[in-house]
Design a protein. Structure first.
Length: 717
């Protein structure tokens, strides 16, 4: 039975039988859980409730039997002890009851979706295309912090079906214009059907819809802060009957927390450049006067263009500029392609295979038999076919041919600027085995617990199918640093596993030690919700230890296990948005801002770090939660290491929002989704969502293996 229906039944029960409830005002979770602030005058009691029934056109009332039975008494003392740090285990059932009490009123006023509430009264978000519109709302959750219980509120936006005739929806969804289709529909009963408002659109958004909803939801930090305060004032928790019933008082202003700004690291570039040491400013720098610290070599390359509007000369000029940029930045790239640039029809992958074969023949004729093409530039098709072509090219080249590729869009070929060419060169360099930059302190062995003893940093992530995909497997990826002490090169392994399973099933078979001797490790895990912490730690730490023991009996390295959370709703705003000491030009908090008090866990090791500069909208800090730590990191040491690593991300000259090993695992898992059969080729999502039941009886088909000539490099960048 739908939650909305359940709530109407319970609301009617409370209205009619308040005297039997001893005047209590219960709160309800929409399923089987009801909570009261004090005991009811009975242990169990049945009620008969009649409510109007409009399902399937049925008119009149329907009778329901409701049984209320006491199942437990929640003790606030245990919660107080946990919040004071005197008890490690938090009583989640008590927190849940109080959270439901604060959600009772907004659930009745707005459209609830998970932990968020939406309504057009928050302002119409706008049309995002194909019969779908954006609704604004807010997220709300009660969380244990060092201040006690804190109410976490954030601004949200999501997609809803537009309220309109089904005929209009069909025309809009199919992008049909003109009167002829409308006249055709007019002959049909479709014209009398209407889509009711307030229905969430739960399918995967297309690229245009994603762009539109991000544009509509984007807010500058000062405006977003004001929107949150407006929600607090609008809800007016001080007069909320349910909050009063449970003795909950909510402050009407945001919490003020202490923060500090970590200094950026110094980056080392090659000595042949005019600038060998770089001091980033506000989380960014550039490659002017710098050369890659380890430039890769490409002797044999080729190019194929699927861009129908591009001339051959456009592609040739672009390739010349790109090769010149690579060489100027420290790579060694042949100035001429192995075979002539090929212009191919959209989707004609035979052209790629022909280029690969012809290159091998040309090299053999030059006395280089056994050598193959090392890099293929691919200009993707125009428009919506680009994404499909990208996936098919990656699958063909990485699985069948063993060929590194670099793709680009036609618009960049026609007007490629210096910054774009430099960023592409950075990606190409690491794909062929080079390194762009390293931390100066890493070379000087000046990073405690990292450079003073051999260490591997692992990153892991699991991506899940998009909503509506019933059978597609989830994809797990693990990356590991291979170049201690610099820790900037990462190899990766990927595997498929059960639909929407977060635990990495084959971790034992995937974690391998690349060198002899005692190695220390740190696991950085992305994509884990708080409710999964203990399960992930139990299974994945056990897998790591089993893998290490398989290398040498009794080998148990010291491990630090950290969960990275980006999909949370804790926002940090500068006290003064115009102060250069607190905010950047966008009004966001400065890169390096770290908070490890007040809003953090009352007894566990966690912190919030904003490691990137805001470009548009409001920067969201990343939450790092240490689940296990053999290495005994201090807060300062782990925060500094994490922040410094964010400057080593290979694809750009900016510090990034999450630590690179987790970022790389995320990229690798998304790349591997292209390796699935066409029936499972959706791009997926790393968020936990979807409402369909998992079918565990369906066997999971293993992913095809990436060729060794590709896998040895950071091909996923």
């Amino acid at each position: 039975m739908a939650r909305e229906r359940n709530r109407s039944i319970i609301n009617e029960l409370v209205r009619l039988h308040k005297q039997h409830l001893d005047g209590r005002l219960p709160v309800y979770d929409g399923r089987k859980g009801m909570f009261t602030a004090a005991p009811l005058p009975f242990k169990t009691k049945e009620f008969i409730v009649k409510v109007s029934n409009t399902e399937r056109g049925y008119q009149g009332e329907k009778e329901y039997k409701v049984t209320i039975k006491e199942v437990a008494k929640l003790n606030l003392y245990n919660l107080q002890q946990s919040l004071a740090g005197r008890q490690r285990e938090l009583p989640q059932d008590t927190i849940q009851a109080l959270d439901i009490a604060l959600r009772e009123t907004p659930t009745a006023k707005y459209t609830p979706i998970s932990r968020s509430f939406f309504s057009k009264s928050f302002g119409h978000g706008g049309d995002i295309g194909s019969g779908v519109e954006c609704w604004r709302g807010y997220y709300q959750s009660l969380r244990p912090t060092q201040m006690g219980l804190s109410l976490n509120i954030d601004i949200s936006a999501t997609a809803f079906y537009k309220a309109q005739p089904v005929m209009d929806f069909a025309l809009e969804y199919l992008n049909i214009r003109g009167d002829a289709p409308r006249r055709l529909f007019d002959q049909d009963r479709l014209k009398v059907c209407n889509i009711l408002g307030g229905q969430r659109y739960s399918r995967k958004l297309n690229e245009r819809q994603v762009t539109n909803i991000l544009r509509l939801a984007c807010e500058r930090p000062d405006k977003r802060e004001g929107s949150i305060v407006e929600v607090i004032n609008r809800n007016n928790y001080g007069i909320d009957d349910n909050a009063k019933e449970f003795g909950i008082k909510v402050m009407n202003q945001l919490a003020l927390v202490d923060a500090r700004v970590l200094p950026p690291p110094r980056l080392k570039y090659h000595q042949s450049g005019r600038e060998q040491i770089c001091n980033p400013s506000v989380g960014q720098w550039n490659m002017n006067n710098k050369r890659m610290i380890n430039g890769g070599s490409i002797r044999h390359w080729a190019c194929v263009s699927f861009g129908s509007r591009l001339q051959w000369n456009d592609v040739s000029v672009f390739c010349n500029y790109l090769v010149g940029t690579c060489n100027n930045m420290g790579m060694q790239v042949s100035e001429t392609p192995c075979v002539d640039i090929v212009q191919a029809r959209q989707g004609n992958l035979e052209a790629v295979k022909n280029i690969y074969r012809q290159s091998a023949q040309v090299l053999a004729q030059q006395g280089l038999e056994g050598q193959n093409l090392e890099l293929l530039f691919v200009v993707l098709p125009d428009g919506p076919n680009a994404s499909d072509c990208y996936g098919r090219v990656k699958r063909l080249c990485e699985i069948e041919l063993g060929l590194i590729t670099q793709c680009c869009l036609p618009k960049h070929v026609q007007r490629a600027g210096t910054q774009y060419l430099q960023n592409m060169a950075l990606k190409i360099n690491v794909k062929v085995g080079g390194r762009n930059t390293v931390l100066e302190n890493a070379l000087l062995r000046g990073i405690p617990l990292l450079t003073d003893k051999p260490t591997i940093i692992f990153g892991a992530d699991v991506t899940h199918p998009s909503p509506g995909e019933d059978m597609s497997p989830s994809i797990a990826a693990v990356v590991a640093s291979m170049d201690w002490p610099e820790v900037s090169k990462y190899t990766c392994l990927v595997s498929s596993q059960g639909h929407r399973e977060e635990i990495i099933a084959d971790l034992f078979t995937e974690v391998k030690d690349p060198q002899k001797g005692v190695i220390y490790g740190g696991m950085i895990r992305d994509g884990v919700s708080e409710g999964q912490f203990s399960q992930v730690l139990l299974y994945e730490m056990d897998a790591i230890y089993r893998a290490c023991s398989s290398l040498e009996n009794g080998y148990l390295p010291q491990v630090t296990f950290v969960v990275v959370q980006k999909r949370h709703h804790t926002g940090l705003f500068p006290e003064d948005h115009r102060s250069g000491a607190m905010a950047d030009r966008s009004g966001n908090i400065l890169p390096g801002t770290v908070v490890d008090t007040k809003i953090c866990h009352p007894s566990e090791f966690d912190f919030y770090l904003c490691s990137h500069a805001g470009i548009q909208g409001t920067s969201r800090p990343t939450h790092y939660h240490v689940l296990y730590d053999d290495n005994n990191f201090t807060a300062d040491a782990l925060q500094t290491l994490t922040y410094n690593l964010c400057y080593t991300y290979a694809r750009c000259t900016r510090s990034v929002s999450i630590v690179p090993p987790a970022y790389y695992a995320h990229l690798a898992a998304f790349r591997a989704r292209h390796y699935l059969d066409d029936n499972h080729s959706d791009h997926g999502s790393s968020s936990v969502g979807g409402t369909r039941m998992n079918d565990h009886s369906v066997p999971v088909k293993p992913l095809p293996k990436v060729k060794e000539s590709v896998r040895q490099f950071m091909f996923y960048c």
